[in-house]
Design a protein around this ligand. Structure first.
Ligand code: SF4
Length: 103
């Protein structure tokens, strides 16, 4: 991996906490939720690991904490464990799940 170098002044302004929307969509339909209530008009889908890696490598020099969910159920992404493993090599990570995919 090639390390990305940013101008020194970036150090003072760049965020340390990031959110990656690894899935836009959910297997439940909680009515109070923007996703479950179907109030999000963007196309639903999954981020591929290759896409995630591009983002992860860009934020790697600064990131102290990375949320791997936003509007959706992250366990629906078949690459979520690869994403956790990859990002946990340089930052703290977090997912929130509804647990429906655990049996
Ligand atoms: S993302 Fe969470 S709150 Fe929204 S529908 Fe799914 S389980 Fe419910």
């Amino acid at each position: 991996m090639n390390e990305i170098r940013y101008p020194e002044q970036f150090e003072k302004i760049i965020p340390r906490i990031f959110v990656a929307e690894t899935v836009l969509g959910c297997d439940l339909k909680c009515p109070e939720c923007a996703v479950g209530g179907n109030r999000i008009t963007k196309k639903k889908g999954w981020m591929r690991f290759e896409q995630f890696k591009v983002i992860a490598d860009k934020i790697r020099p600064f990131c102290k904490y990375l949320y791997l969910h936003h509007n959706g159920e992250p366990m629906l992404n078949k690459d979520i464990f690869k994403m956790i493993q990859y990002s946990s090599s340089f930052t703290g990570t977090n997912i929130s799940t509804n647990g429906q995919s655990f049996e």
